[in-house]
Design a protein around this ligand. Structure first.
Ligand code: F6P
Length: 404
């Protein structure tokens, strides 16, 4: 049989490592003939925009570069399939494409919304007795997929956030004047990535002095009083704030600063909380204040990727191929943590439905009572995920990337 693989949702710096994992494993197996890559996720299948990956990944050097390249080499999409009971036309187009290319298994590397596609497609194939399997491979910097201990892409983003906040802390401390620095991180409704800033404390740092996650109600007044308190103890106060923090009425705290535009899955485009809080501190406290939005850097900085993350991303991609050949469909590959010290995970599979359209939030018991910090248990969970470094392959003093 032939297989197809696609990438979907927000990119990460490990999503190409999972693509490499699928490719390397499939290449070794006699049962699989051609490995097709679909451009821009499911849109490539709908629009017949596929490529034979063996024509693109020509050498082991190409694969090594792919593993180290951030973003989605095949491009991505945020496309929601309709319920097929309401409209099956797109499902027919997808089936025709798979038949044309003799695809027996489709691998979809993505987050919660992509698992919605895996669940819907596999159900359609099963109910219509079409012998095509669909397997989801998790990825997201948000780490918010249910059914898995953690998600490929998160460990590297977490490492970047912690190391960057540490560097920002050094910079913020150079002057004798007091200052406040607010670092805004991604993560939408889940605070995993913001919490990861706390990893720097394992090296004896006191920063970030304040950490605000979307899981705990945010209050501007309380934020100002937290900052004022911290200024008594620290010359340069560092606060890590998630883009998705909400006030008690359920509104995003920075809603007036945000575009409020939504993607195909109805998710609002966030960002803006840093600027909002910067203005608040400037108006009410009046000290030197700066906000830093880590923006896409936290999901595309592959020069500081976590080796654990990149290796696991390849392993889970390879395992997906094995599970697919064993006959699995409608599932998402997942990590089950066996122990944190020493760190060990097993790869299993869970129904894609479990991850589709739901979110795994940062545990409330890992947030302190004041809602402005994380606990030691959170660090025990996070630390193994950021271990090790994968050095870039350099050329002319710059990391080299693989471009399809
Ligand atoms: O899904 C991951 C994510 O990076 C979120 O953390 C962030 O809010 C969102 O994607 C940004 O969306 P886009 O990639 O469409 O700008």
């Amino acid at each position: 049989m032939n297989i197809a693989v696609a990438q979907s949702g927000g990119p990460t710096c490990a999503i190409n490592a999972s693509l490499a994992g699928v490719y390397n494993q499939a290449e070794k197996l006699n049962e699989i003939e051609k490995i097709y890559g679909s451009f821009n996720g499911i849109e490539g299948i709908i629009n017949d925009n596929l490529t034979d990956l063996s024509g693109r990944l020509k050498s082991s050097e190409d694969i090594e570069l792919l593993i180290r390249t951030p973003s989605a080499a095949l491009g991505s999409c945020r496309r929601k399939l309709p319920e097929y009971a309401a409209d099956s036309s797109v499902y027919q187009v997808i089936t025709e494409c798979f038949r044309r290319y003799e695809i027996g298994i489709f691998f979809y590397i993505g987050g919660n919304d992509s698992m919605d596609t895996v669940a819907k497609l596999s159900r359609y194939f099963e109910e219509n007795k079409i012998d095509i399997r669909v397997i989801g491979i998790p990825k997201t910097i948000d780490n918010d997929l249910c059914g898995t201990d953690h998600c490929p892409g998160f460990g590297s983003a977490a490492k970047y956030v912690a190391a960057t906040v540490q560097e920002i802390t050094r910079d913020s401390n150079v002057y004798s004047k007091p200052s406040v620095t607010i670092v805004e991180t991604m993560g939408r409704h889940a605070g995993w990535l913001t919490a990861a800033s706390g990893c720097m404390r394992m090296n004896g740092e006191s920063a970030p002095h304040l950490i605000y996650l979307p899981e705990h109600t945010f209050c501007g007044k309380r934020f100002l009083s937290d900052v004022t308190d911290m200024m008594k103890r620290h010359k340069a106060v560092i606060a890590a704030v998630s883009e998705g923090v909400r006030t008690s009425d359920g509104r995003f705290a920075a809603e007036d600063y945000q575009s409020c535009k939504k993607d195909a899955f109805g998710h609002a485009y966030l960002s803006g909380i840093g600027k909002y809080l910067e203005n608040l501190v400037s108006d009410r406290i009046g000290c030197k204040v700066r906000s830093i939005e880590l923006n896409v850097m936290q999901r595309c900085s592959s020069h500081f990727a976590s080796l654990t993350d990149i290796e696991e991303a390849q392993e889970i991609g390879a395992a997906a191929v094995r599970f697919g050949l064993e006959g699995k469909s409608g599932c998402m590959m997942s990590f089950r943590r066996v122990s944190s010290a020493p760190y060990r995970c097993e790869i299993v599979s869970v129904p894609a439905e479990e991850a589709a359209n739901s979110e795994c939030f940062f545990p409330m018991e890992w947030i302190n009572d004041s809602g402005n910090d994380i606990t030691a248990d959170a660090l025990e969970y996070l630390m193994p995920l950021i271990q090790g470094e994968l050095n870039p392959i350099m050329k002319n003093g710059m990391p080299q990337h693989f471009i399809v």
